[in-house]
Design a protein. Structure first.
Length: 76
């Protein structure tokens, strides 16, 4: 997620998308205060993490487990 979710009573970009949760994606010439995308739980549920790749250099010795998620979890 690019930014924390914020609840708006109306579309902050005034594009007619209605009230709901929005997250800020960045600034553009058309939206100098920042462009907001609407968050959808249904769309988020359908996305599956693709996991991660282990770096060729290796993993720091201090870490026992890599970051856990719904992708592949490698254990030492």
């Amino acid at each position: 997620m690019p930014a924390p979710l914020k609840r708006f009573r109306a579309d902050p970009n005034k594009l007619g998308r209605g009230a709901g949760l929005y997250y800020r994606r960045g600034r553009t010439e058309k939206f100098p205060k920042g462009y907001y995308s609407k968050y959808s739980t249904d769309r988020d549920k359908n996305k599956k993490s693709l996991g991660f790749e282990v770096d060729k250099v290796g993993i720091p010795k201090l870490h026992k487990l890599l970051h856990t998620m719904d992708g592949k979890i490698f254990r030492r």
